[in-house]
Design a protein around this ligand. Structure first.
Ligand SMILES: NC(=O)c1ccc[n+]([C@@H]2O[C@H](COP(=O)([O-])OP(=O)(O)OC[C@H]3O[C@@H](n4cnc5c(N)ncnc54)[C@H](OP(=O)(O)O)[C@@H]3O)[C@@H](O)[C@H]2O)c1
Length: 267
């Protein structure tokens, strides 16, 4: 049985890649494509928008009208829209995988409160490679706790609106969890001026922006006389979109609950 997918943010960079992959995947079918009200893409054909030619599905602006219980939404939009979609999905019992980043603490709290009412995957990065990196970093941080300073560097394209990336924050949390630190107390998201020497407990996360970089993340464990660097580079969006489609297929068969990509991938 194919999983009926609703692409939320259908005109976006991720939305278009996901539409293409959902259309090509024998385990999924495009149920609907949604954009924000007023977006120029509303009313156009979702396939044409995604560069695969007409597929007979018009981009709409009303997720509530298409959120049947058996559907799974793949949502890569903006935090307010993802939360609005989650409220509808929770009410209807529809599945939703949210990849949107930049949710503030209140929005994250609402997500955690609503998610158990339906089946939800929430992941700041849906690529298989990054999720394996998260595991490696957590385990490296446990071993390199003494004498190694963890620093994270991320680079994304010039149009990314939130910083640091959700993935960089997740990597920071993986360092914290592996090394027994409290992330919120030890994360340093910028340095400028006379900040003083680095403390042992800091987890530095630095942001670069420019060009069309899809997403580079490096976690550095800097010791005395040696340094370990674990790097993931995404060379196109398809690795992220493929992970999203994989999450959608996985959610199609799941009970209610809030899941991560580690759950989806069995890591
Ligand atoms: N988890 C992951 O693996 C992953 C991977 C890549 C990106 N992301 C995150 O996913 C989000 C989207 O990234 P992107 O690069 O695809 O951005 P994008 O190109 O700006 O796409 C976002 C799309 O969502 C639309 N949108 C805004 N409000 C909406 C609403 N109420 N209903 C439906 N659609 C709405 C936007 O329309 P307008 O232009 O009209 O606002 C835009 O077309 C970002 O938060 C990004 O950081 C996550």
């Amino acid at each position: 049985m194919t999983v009926p997918i609703v692409v939320c943010g259908a005109a976006g960079r991720m939305g278009r890649a996901i539409t293409r992959l959902v259309h090509d995947n024998p385990e999924t079918r495009l149920h609907a494509a949604i954009e924000g009200a007023g977006n120029a893409a509303v009313g156009s054909d979702a396939g044409t928008l995604a560069g695969i030619g007409e597929i007979g599905i018009e981009v709409g602006d009303d997720y509530a009208a298409v959120a049947e219980p058996e559907t799974v939404a793949l949502d890569f939009t903006v935090p307010e829209a993802s939360l609005a979609h989650l409220r509808i999905a929770a009410e209807r019992g529809a599945g939703i995988a949210i990849g949107t980043t930049g949710l503030d603490p209140d929005q994250l709290a609402e997500l955690r409160r609503l998610a158990p009412q339906t089946r939800v995957v929430f992941a700041p990065n849906m690529s298989v490679g990054v999720n394996v990196l998260l595991k490696l970093v957590e385990s490296a941080a446990a071993t390199l706790n003494e004498g190694f300073d963890p620093e994270i560097v991320e680079m994304h394209h010039r149009n990314k609106v939130d910083a640091p990336s959700g993935t960089a924050l997740a990597l920071g949390r993986a360092v914290a969890s592996g090394s027994g630190r409290d992330f919120d107390e030890t994360a340093v998201l910028a340095r400028e001026g006379m900040v003083g020497a680095r403390t042992d407990q800091e987890i530095g996360i630095m942001t670069l922006r420019g060009g069309d970089v899809v997403g580079d993340h490096t976690v550095i464990f800097a010791g005395l006389g040696e340094r370990i660097e674990l790097t993931h580079r995404a060379s196109n969006r398809d690795c992220l979109a493929r992970g999203a489609v994989r999450a959608g297929i996985w959610l199609g068969k799941r009970d209610r609950g809030l899941y991560s990509m580690a759950d989806v991938l069995g890591l």
